[in-house]
Each structure stands twice: as structure tokens, then as C-alpha cells.
Design a protein around this ligand. Structure first.
Ligand code: PSV
Ligand code: MN
Length: 426
């Protein structure tokens, strides 16, 4: 679906209101000595990948309540991300999950991507489920398994993911392992780590030199006693074990309550080992809620550390792979994704407004109040008009969800794909 003309028409209709809000914030920032167009250029450049598995309705183990019109194939998933990208101009890539998204015709997939100005972000392996054609079971683990044949099957699957990624010009393999144990004594912690490290090293050997392996951690679920990679320290140690192109992936939802995630990202960037970032929101665990919906201040503090390190020439961290990783159980998945990207961009914009020289002086002088107030003042700044202006300048919609609703896109998708269409994925 191509909707550029509708977007422009909608922007024209709302031009005066937008100008009123934008000029207001632009004036305030200019008075503070901030180059507003420079901030806008940075917002325009910020791109967040959309995972193929977030385009359909998610669920819990109790049920799933889909709204209809879900993408039925990789091609339709690309169409959906193409739609999002036309609306916000900030979702220019899609992450694939293998085997759900194995491309049947890579050349056709590539030209479809090209038509929307999209690329493939990462390929994600799946050793957390058994597939119907699979010889051996992952019930007791995959890369960590006690049985070498099962480890090899999981290694081979990851290598196959790399091959699918190569065919579509991806350069990132993301590994999230569901390996762990449910009861004390079930797993030998040190040996499980060692087997995992050796399996990852085998996969790493098969990876082209210009690829990155992202190693994700998660404290619990699906296992409730121990996870083989529960925290950033374990991911970091595994990255060091396998090689320089292995990087830690931080997923916002994969932390226990009150974890200081901003400090974790600062540490990892200081070590040059933060490679990927999954955005979502969570109340209790994992990736169940919209980014920024529960703890917007903490989200800002995390972005503040990310931007601080990104702007510091002394930090030798590679550019990050940004992705949304969320399950949309209640809202229309496309609306939830648009809303998430808006939260991400408005928060990123805030982090760009922090006067780092003044903050450094306050920190140097141990002026606790001045340092904290500086951050709170920026957090309270309404950056929505900056993001709208960036989208408008880039050819997108100043109000992406407004346009999506005005055009009745979900209704159109249901008419085309049916009320009961089911997306492959989680
Ligand atoms: C499971 O927690 C998970 O959401 C991880 O965050 C992965 O990134 C994702 O699934 C896809 O494998
Ligand atoms: Mn994730």
C-alpha cells in the first residue's frame, strides 16, 4: 500500500496547528543556544527496526484476541513495515525470525523491500521451540545441551540463519537463548556456560567477517530457576569468549524490577560492547507493553546515557542496532508500533537537548541538585513538535496514528487479508 499523497494531504490540513507548536518549542530552544535544525537532522537519521513477529497480535499462554488483517506471509509483513515507514520515515528495516520468515524467493523479497526503501536488519534464530521437521528436541536446551548432537543441531540452525541473512544482505545474527533450568540441581551452571560458549564460538566461526553476533540476555522465562544467559555480565563474558564482532544486546524488558538499566548501557558502551537494543515497556517482565508507557523517566535516563556515549569521541562503541521487540496483545499492532516509535523519538530528542558541558560541571562540583534539575528540566520539555517536524521534513506524517486512522487502514487490511488471518510468530 502506497499512501504518500494521503500523508501530504493530511500534513497540509494540519499545517497551521503544527507551525504554532513547532515555532513555540523552536523559539525556547534557540534562546537556550540549541541548533534546532541540527536536532531535527538527528531525529530524521534515527531509524528503528521492526520485528516481523510484532506485526500480528501477541498473546499470553491463556489466550489471544486478534483484531484481523494480520500479515500472512513475509511479503505482507514487508508491506506492513513499508506502511509504517511511509508514515513515520523512521522504520526503515525489518528483522526476521527463522524459520518463520524463510524467504522463498530472495530476489523478489529484495525488490519488494527496495520499493519501500527498506532493508533487512537482523536475522534471529529460534531454538526455543521444536519445529515439526526437527530430529532432536530442545526441551532441555539447545546450545547448552548436554548432548553434543543437539548442540550441533542448534549450531547448524544458527548457521542456516546466517545463510538466509546473506541472501537478503543482512549483517547481524541475533541469538536469544531460552536455555536454562527449572529446578535446583537440574543443570551444572559452569558446564552449561562452557558448552554455550563453545557452541557460540562455532557459529561465530561461520559468520562472515563483516557480520555482528548479538547475544541477548534475560533473567527468567521460559525457565524459572535459572537461565544460562540471565544478565549482561554473562552476555559480556560470552562476547569476549567468541570474538570482537560479538556484542551484547540489551532488551529493556529483560531486567528484574528496579534494575538500573541506564548504568548497564553506560558500562557496556564504555567497554565498546553494546551492539543492539530492543525497545519495549514492561511492568513485571519481558516485552509486553508499549515503549515508554510505564516508566518514561527511566526511559529518558537510559537514552541520556546512550546519547552521552554516542556523542563522546572517546567512546569506541559501534553504531547500535535499534529494534522494537514488543508483543501487542490489546492494541492494533501497527498502531502500537507507531506509538512506540513516537515515544522512542520524542525521548531520543529529549536526550539530545541535555547540555552535557553544564551537566559535567555540576557533576565535577558535586552539585547534586543542579545535575538532577538539569535532567528533570529536559525531561519536562515537550519534544513532540520536533519529532513531527522531522517526519514532515522527511516526507512522513506529522501525526502518523492520525493518518493511519483517518485512512481506515486496519479496515482495508481486514478486507484484503480476512478477519482470521494469522501471522507466523510468537
Ligand atoms: C523472548 O523474550 C524474546 O522476546 C526475546 O526478547 C527475543 O529478542 C525475541 O523473543 C525474539 O526471539
Ligand atoms: Mn528481545
Amino acid at each position: 500500500m502506497f499512501i504518500s499523497e494521503n500523508i501530504q494531504a493530511h500534513n497540509d490540513k494540519t499545517r497551521a496547528t503544527h507551525a504554532f507548536h513547532f515555532l513555540h518549542i523552536a523559539e525556547i530552544l534557540t534562546q537556550k543556544g540549541i541548533d534546532v535544525q541540527d536536532v531535527i537532522e538527528k531525529i530524521k537519521a534515527f531509524q528503528v527496526a521492526i520485528p516481523s513477529w510484532a506485526l500480528g497480535t501477541g498473546g499470553t499462554r491463556f489466550g489471544r484476541f486478534p483484531g484481523g488483517g494480520e500479515p500472512r506471509s513475509l511479503e505482507e509483513k514487508i508491506d506492513d513495515v513499508g506502511l509504517l515507514h511511509q508514515l513515520n520515515r523512521s522504520s526503515d528495516s525489518i528483522s526476521l525470525h527463522i524459520p518463520w520468515d524463510i524467504p522463498k524467493d530472495p530476489t523478489a523479497v529484495k525488490s519488494r523491500l527496495q520499493a519501500y526503501g527498506l532493508t533487512i536488519d537482523s536475522v534471529n534464530s529460534n531454538t526455543f521451540q521444536d519445529q515439526s521437521d526437527q530430529a532432536l528436541s530442545y526441551k532441555f536446551g539447545s546450545l547448552c545441551h548436554t548432548d553434543a548432537a543437539i548442540r550441533q543441531q542448534a549450531i547448524d540452525h544458527n548457521i542456516a540463519c546466517i545463510e538466509h541473512g546473506k541472501a537478503l544482505d543482512s549483517k547481524v545474527l541475533t541469538v536469544w537463548l531460552a536455555d536454562g533450568s527449572n529446578f535446583p540441581g537440574q543443570q551444572h551452571f559452569r558446564r552449561a556456560w562452557q558448552r554455550t560458549a563453545e557452541s557460540l564460538a562455532d557459529i561465530y566461526q561461520a559468520m562472515p567477517a563483516d557480520w555482528t553476533m548479538l547475544i541477548e540476555y534475560k533473567p527468567y522465562e521460559p525457565h524459572f530457576y535459572s537461565m544460562v544467559i540471565p544478565d549482561w555480565g554473562t552476555s559480556y563474558a560470552l562476547c569476549q569468549y567468541v570474538g570482537k564482532n560479538a556484542q551484547v544486546l540489551v532488551d529493556l524488558g529483560h531486567h528484574l524490577p528496579n534494575t538500573n538499566i541506564e548504568q548497564i548501557v553506560a558500562r557496556l558502551m564504555h567497554f565498546g560492547r553494546l551492539g543492539g537494543f530492543h525497545f519495549n515497556g514492561s511492568m513485571y517482565g519481558d516485552d509486553d507493553l508499549t515503549t515508554g508507557s510505564i516508566k518514561p523517566y527511566q526511559f529518558f535516563l537510559i537514552f541520556n546515557e546512550l546519547v552521552d556515549a554516542m556523542e563522546d569521541p572517546a567512546v569506541k562503541n559501534p553504531p547500535l542496532a535499534w529494534m522494537i521487540d514488543a508483543s501487542h496483545n490489546t492494541k492494533d499492532p501497527l498502531e502500537d508500533l507507531l506509538q512506540s516509535v513516537q515515544h522512542i523519538l520524542t525521548t531520543y530528542a529529549k536526550a539530545l537537548l541535555v547540555d552535557r558541558a553544564v551537566l559535567a560541571i555540576a557533576q565535577q562540583n558535586n552539585d547534586v541538585l543542579a545535575a538532577e534539575e538539569l535532567l528533570r528540566d529536559v525531561f519536562a520539555t515537550d519534544t513532540r513538535a520536533l519529532v513531527a517536524e522531522a517526519a514532515r521534513q522527511a516526507g512522513g506524517a506529522g501525526d502518523p496514528i492520525g493518518v493511519y486512522r483517518a485512512l481506515g487502514i486496519r479496515k482495508q487490511l481486514i478486507e484484503k487479508r480476512g478477519k482470521k488471518s494469522v501471522a507466523t510468530g510468537l
